[in-house]
Design a protein around this ligand. Sequence first.
Ligand code: SF4
Length: 189
Amino acid sequence: MSKVKIATVWLDGCSGCHMSFLDMDERLLAVADRIELVYSPLVDAKEFPDNVDLTLIEGAVSSEDDLHKLQHVRARTRLLMALGDCAVTSNVPGMRNYFSRDQLLRRAYVENASCNQGIPTELVPRLLPKSLPLHAHVKVDLFVPGCPPHADLVFAAVSALLEGRQPALQSLVRFGWDDEKSDEQTRDD
Ligand code: SF4
């Protein structure tokens, strides 16, 4: 049986959503037999391939590079999942939307810089006027919120899609930080 081709992509996020993907722990082994991870920050693939079955995307769309990558990925993947609040709502990256791009750049590179003050004009990806969620630019097939989404939610979504089912995530979905997870972590400390 051919394996399902999966990719993960990191746009303007903190990598916490990818950590939740890895937090599936031993359940990763259960899905590993059925998938081929063809592109991800977790593997050493340089080019996003054609004909990907499912792509999980973390992060908002904040720069021209993000937008180009998103459009490139969308054209090559059958199902696209917005993974985490930044991808679903723009969340933390969206906090800069109250300011103009010029105000933001001046604050970061001039007012708060103790040396080499000046707004970069090359090498740094050009910011879009606003940081927006994925669906503001392309069609999204599944939204998985949370900051980060709980590993149970990621597992439920991925395993349902692997089985060709529409995931029923309502009881698991939470925006923002998961209080239960926070309690577990406090108990473990
Ligand atoms: Fe990080 Fe939260 Fe954004 Fe995921 S949703 S990339 S954990 S800030």
